[in-house]
Design a protein around this ligand. Structure first.
Ligand SMILES: Nc1ncnc2c1ncn2[C@@H]1O[C@H](COP(=O)(O)OP(=O)(O)OP(=O)(O)O)[C@@H](O)[C@H]1O
Ligand SMILES: [Mg+2]
Length: 517
């Protein structure tokens, strides 16, 4: 049942319920994206687990969010639970073996996994506006803030950098407005309040350095299996916008960082987007358009994106149209919206003359799904009623001790644990303000004396303050536990940006507004 170049998902049934044939996902179409949908309790998480296992065994790294904590078991060897052995027998899965998988746990709050951070600069104005649910006027101000920072080589790393930038904009609103367009003090104030709320919700943990390097979620083991990165998302789900924005940022980061590979034999990474409705729920049209664009283009970087959600109507049609591999678990059809969902789901499949999709969707058993994957030259296979195979790893959560153990031996242990607060906008603006005050004071005292000469070239410039001093050294905290490499890299990045800006090249932002290399 295990075949080269193909991932075994389950076995389909004929109309008389006898076993039909194995259903597979072809690795070479793994980057053609996918969709897993179904009502609650119908088997979505197990399907995701099964797919993640198979990708990992095929050497493809996986990133997924663990919304309920029950996906963490993928890091432990499976157990002969009743439904597991029963399903294996039912489908005649003779190659079935229990197995544990190489997992890396991540957590924005640093509690159930390694810390995941990014900087405000990396995230960019579009996603930040989404995160803060900004009005048009506020978004305008956020855009200007990034423009000033990008042009001035002022790293916006953490929340206090952004606060400092907003203070600066508020204090210099009149002067800056003439250069950048109208800056309303009211909007600045409301963004500042929104930032405080974000801070109280724990976003402070998420913005800063060392930022997550995408290479760390693209690791493979020595024996050639892909690492499965599991993001602890139970707490994160309490703040759905942060959850959605984070995953979008990660997707855009992958898109901006990875080289073009065309259509590889197998994906470089697959990315599961659980609770995908949170991404699109009342998202502005422009954001949905950009997401659609990134999903379309990321394919040629070898990244497969799989949306997991209850209702296929949760995903905008333009995005839906790009999802080649489909697993549809049971749906209920009581309300008109549910009926519409059933119809939409049924209509997207290549029909099977043996059954009516819409009828079957409402009658599927647990762990059973309508499945169609890409085949041949990339056309959808005829839809089949499929019993999904049981997972080889544990279905259900790891204990705390097991999780701690996995984290201890993780390849990224120690790399992200401590904050690294290098000199950035907050410190630089504070210094400049102090210097400006001092200069004003000196000028007043000297009265007729000429103003002090600006230090020569190569420095950062900031509107309103003239030329400034040379790039600052990173200032690692005294008791730092992170590895040297990370500091050096962060410093390099900082220097590279400074050089770019002093050469007059503004930072370039990609489709979703994150930084381009
Ligand atoms: N492939 C399968 N074979 C047999 N039983 C299954 C299979 N998949 C799921 N089940 C049964 O269904 C239960 C629920 O599955 P799962 O947690 O995957 O549902 P879900 O759709 O993710 O639910 P929720 O929406 O609540 O997260 C499992 O504990 C198991 O008993
Ligand atoms: Mg689930």
């Amino acid at each position: 049942m295990l075949e080269d170049g193909k991932l075994y998902i389950g076995t389909s049934r004929k109309p008389d319920d006898t076993i039909n044939k194995g259903e597979y996902l072809e690795l070479k179409f793994g980057n053609r994206h996918g969709l897993v949908t179904g009502a609650t309790g119908t088997g979505k998480t197990v399907t995701l687990q099964v797919l993640a296992e198979s990708f990992s065994n095929a050497g493809v790294p996986v990133f997924c969010a663990d919304v309920k904590g029950d996906l963490s078991g993928i890091g432990a060897i499976g157990e002969a639970k009743d439904w597991v052995t029963k399903r294996a027998e039912q489908i005649g899965f003779t190659d079935f073996a229990f197995q544990e998988f190489p997992v890396i746990f991540w957590d924005l709050y640093g509690e159930k996994g390694h810390r995941v951070r990014t900087t405000m600069s990396e995230m960019g104005p579009l996603l930040l506006s989404r995160l803060m649910n900004a009005t048009d006027a506020q978004e305008g101000v956020i855009n200007i803030a990034f423009k000033i920072a990008d042009e001035g080589g002022l790293p916006l790393l953490d929340l206090k950098d952004f606060q400092a930038m907003l203070n600066y904009m508020g204090e210099n609103a009149a002067a800056l407005s003439s250069k950048y367009g109208f800056i309303s003090k009211a909007s600045v104030g409301s963004i500042q309040r929104e930032l405080l709320i974000l801070e109280q919700q724990g976003a402070k943990n998420f913005f800063g350095e060392p930022a997550l390097k995408v290479s760390d979620i693209m690791r493979t083991t020595r024996d050639g299996r892909g690492a499965i990165s599991v993001l602890a998302a139970d707490k994160l789900m309490m703040n759905p916008r942060l959850y959605g924005t984070f995953l979008l940022w990660l997707m855009s980061e992958l898109f901006e960082e990875l080289p073009e590979v065309g259509d590889p034999d197998k994906p470089k990474l697959v990315f599961f987007f659980d609770e995908a409705h949170l991404l699109f729920n009342d998202a502005p049209k422009v954001l949905i358009e950009r997401v659609e664009q990134v999903v379309r283009l990321i394919r040629s970087k070898g990244v497969g994106v799989y949306f997991v959600t209850q209702n296929p109507l949760d995903v905008p049609e333009t995005v839906l149209a790009q999802l080649g591999n489909r697993v549809q678990h049971a749906l209920r059809a009581y309300t008109p919206r549910e009926q519409k969902a059933v119809k939409t789901a049924a209509d997207t499949f290549r029909p099977n003359p043996d059954f009516d999709c819409a009828t079957v969707i409402t009658n599927l058993g647990t762990g059973e799904a309508l499945i169609s994957t890409l085949e041949g030259k990339g056309s959808p296979s005829m839809v089949e009623r499929t019993l999904v195979r049981p997972p080889s790893s544990r279905a259900g959560p790891l204990t705390e001790a097991e999780r701690a153990n996995v984290m201890k031996i993780s390849p990224v242990a120690g790399l992200y644990d401590e904050d690294f607060d290098r000199e950035s906008a907050y410190e630089l603006l504070a210094k400049r303000a102090a210097r400006a005050t001092q200069q004003a004071e000196e000028q007043r005292q000297a009265e007729e004396a000429p103003p002090p000469a600006a230090p020569g070239g190569g420095g950062w410039t900031l509107p309103g303050f003239g030329n400034d001093s040379a790039p600052a050294e990173p200032k690692p905290k005294a008791r730092s536990g992170y590895q040297r490499e990370t500091i050096a890299e962060a410093a390099m990045k900082s220097v590279a940006r400074t050089v770019a800006s002093s050469l007059g090249r503004a930072l370039v932002r990609g489709i979703l507004g994150s930084l381009k290399r």
